[in-house]
Design a binder for this molecule. Structure first.
Ligand SMILES: O=C(O)c1cc(=O)[nH]c(=O)n1[C@@H]1O[C@H](COP(=O)(O)O)[C@@H](O)[C@H]1O
Length: 241
């Protein structure tokens, strides 16, 4: 089973903070760095290059969700950036997911590189059953919704999904063992939950079969990011003694 090194979400405001984190986490088992909307809207591809130049793999998380043509064209641009993972919303439907995958491949082909793995967002980890029913007016359960989106993403030829580790077992029942389940909403016992609703510890994520954890504030917003990262990485990657 594929188990990626932990993915650290670079949800910070500027390049100085990026450089500090790259420096702090450059010893030992290196994380994959996730660049999200905040940094990309500010700095564009330059911030991707900065992280790549420092020798790290990049997960570019822009969560595309638009009409198929727009998504395909945007994914063609992303495909040429040389990132390892990128995201799209499963809620956009089969045609949009397929167009996204096609764009990503076309961009990579033009640049002469391997295409990024495309992951579909199922239900954000900040959503729970109550929000799903009362605000999104979706009548099936959150677990069913996540399973349906996983099936749809597999049909579209994606590499995997983003979900809570709580749903990995259910997802594997419908898409098999090799479909990637990348799981944010990770909180060590000592950390506060913040805006996340479906949270698990790094140890639990490993036990539940997560292929990769995404961790932001419990690493980037603490006094000692390096210590926090290595502790979380050890919990996620080491077999239980
Ligand atoms: O796509 C994501 O990475 C993502 C999906 C999801 O359902 N929930 C979620 O929290 N994320 C991202 O994972 C990171 C979690 O950050 P923390 O809550 O600070 O650990 C953020 O960068 C979110 O954008």
């Amino acid at each position: 089973m594929i188990r990626l090194t932990p993915i650290v979400a670079l949800d910070v405001a500027d390049l100085t903070q990026v450089a500090t984190l790259l420096d702090q986490l450059s010893v030992g088992p290196r994380p994959i760095f996730k660049i999200g909307m905040e940094l990309f809207y500010h700095y564009g591809p330059d911030v991707v290059k900065q992280v790549q130049r420092a020798g790290f793999d990049v997960f570019l998380d822009l969560k595309l969700h638009d009409i198929p043509n727009t998504v395909e064209r945007a994914m063609t641009v992303i495909g040429a950036l040389g990132v390892k993972l990128t995201t799209i919303h499963a809620a956009g439907g089969l045609e949009m997911l397929t167009a996204g995958k096609r764009g990503l491949k076309a961009g990579a082909r033009q640049a002469g590189i391997e295409p990024a793995k495309l992951l579909a967002i199922t239900q954000l980890t900040s959503i729970d059953d109550r929000i799903l029913h009362e605000q999104q007016h979706i009548s099936i359960s959150l677990n069913e919704s996540v399973q349906e989106y996983a099936k749809l993403s597999q049909t579209a030829g994606l590499a995997g999904v983003v979900c809570s580790a709580k749903e990995v077992t259910l997802i594997r029942q419908v898409v098999g063992p090799s479909f990637l389940c990348i799981t944010p909403g990770i909180r060590p016992f000592t950390a506060q939950q913040d805006d996340q609703k479906r949270v698990v510890t790094p140890t639990k994520a490993r036990q539940l079969g997560s292929n990769g954890i995404v961790v932001g504030r419990p690493i980037t917003q603490v006094n000692d990011p390096k210590k926090a990262y290595y502790q979380i990485a050890a919990e996620f990657t080491e077999e239980q003694k």
